[in-house]
Design a protein around this ligand. Sequence first.
Ligand code: DGL
Length: 277
Amino acid sequence: MPKRITAPKIGVFDSGIGGLSVLREVHRLLPDHPTVFVADQIHLPYGPRPVAEIRQYVQAVTHFLIGQGCAVIVLACNTASAAALYFLRDQFPGLPIVGMEPAVKPAAERSRSGVIGVLSTQATADGELYRRVRERHAARTQVITVVAPELVRIAEEQSQQTPASQSIIADYLRPFIQAKADEIVLACTHFPFIAGAIQDQLGPDVHLIDPAPAVARQVARVWPADLHPSPEPARCFTTASPERLRAMLHRLLGIIAPVHALSWSADETTLITPPSP
Ligand code: DGL
């Protein structure tokens, strides 16, 4: 971490729009803290990718965010956290890094039926982080895990109301309904943006858990006490289409902000800001 950070910021990172569900909560809780948001949408989805590849991207994005003056990094992506949270903490000692872990603890505590559901990507379901939280917090709870990669696409496209998407959502939710799960963990940051469609199919007696507010509280806790934030507009970057992310920022968060393009070096280890035209 640089010794002296001027205008310190919070860096929030995801493969796509999912990170906006965390950014929203960070803005709500810490409105005076400037933020830098990066979406690596050219590599979306991360879920099916090998761990080594995800780590490479996450490490490069972290370097970029540090260069932007970020004093705290938020891995606003369960998949990236599963693959790279501990790795990243080793690579950047002393830098506060907040990750996402599936919210099994509150789900198990709240459940009346003793059955909870977890909706995630493949990498999150396979990860060590998920195995540990289940062991620690769900020893006496039945956990039904559904890997739902298509929901990432549906959230990204905001196509959850189309008949095709509704039927995909129904297929993913069927195991939860059959097992009478009453708490569903949204273990992918994209899913809060289709929570309405999920809730409609599960009915009002099933409770969805979005961990983003808890993550924002953790960001507030790790913000270095000696750094004083001075408010400035959010900076947003994407490795794919700035126009699309700009439209989504407006649609999902009500924010009107410029979005800048980023590109990857040929070996995909460094992020580059293209010169402005
Ligand atoms: N938002 C990511 C997560 O929380 C998206 C998944 C992906 O890129 O596959 O897991």
